[in-house]
Design a protein around this ligand. Structure first.
Ligand code: SF4
Ligand code: SF4
Length: 115
């Protein structure tokens, strides 16, 4: 696995606050639904999109279009400056590059410790 170090600050673009994202086990899910097309049909009736996959890690990624209730009209997070009110996941996301172009964080290879 490649370890990466996150650098920068969240500029509150709000992109990661507009959907609920879920990761499921890819091979088991496709077996249940027989094909990705059938899976996508089933999920479309519930407002869930399949937005990607990682075959190597056996993962499928879902997104549900439910914006966070703390997302303000200008896409700013209402609890951004309150460490108690802002969920842990929101502090730590993204932990690795996820392809969101709007995100202000950058990543670089993690420094290795030398003894
Ligand atoms: S709490 Fe703030 S950072 Fe977390 S999803 Fe909601 S708006 Fe986004
Ligand atoms: S996508 Fe990145 S910059 Fe935008 S709100 Fe999320 S963490 Fe912050």
């Amino acid at each position: 696995m490649n370890f990466v170090e996150r650098i920068g600050e969240c500029d509150q673009c709000g992109e990661c606050c507009k959907t609920v994202n879920i990761t499921v086990i890819r091979d088991e899910t496709l077996r249940q639904h027989r094909s990705r097309k059938e899976l996508e049909l089933y999920l479309s009736y519930r407002g869930i999109c399949v937005v990607g996959e990682d075959v190597e890690r056996n993962q499928l990624f879902y997104a549900i279009n439910i914006p966070c209730q703390q997302l303000g009209p200008e896409n700013q997070c209402r609890v951004h400056k309150d460490p108690e009110a802002k969920p842990f996941l929101c502090h730590s996301y993204p932990m690795e590059p996820d392809g969101t172009e709007e995100c202000s964080y950058e990543f670089q290879p993690a420094k290795t410790l030398t003894g």
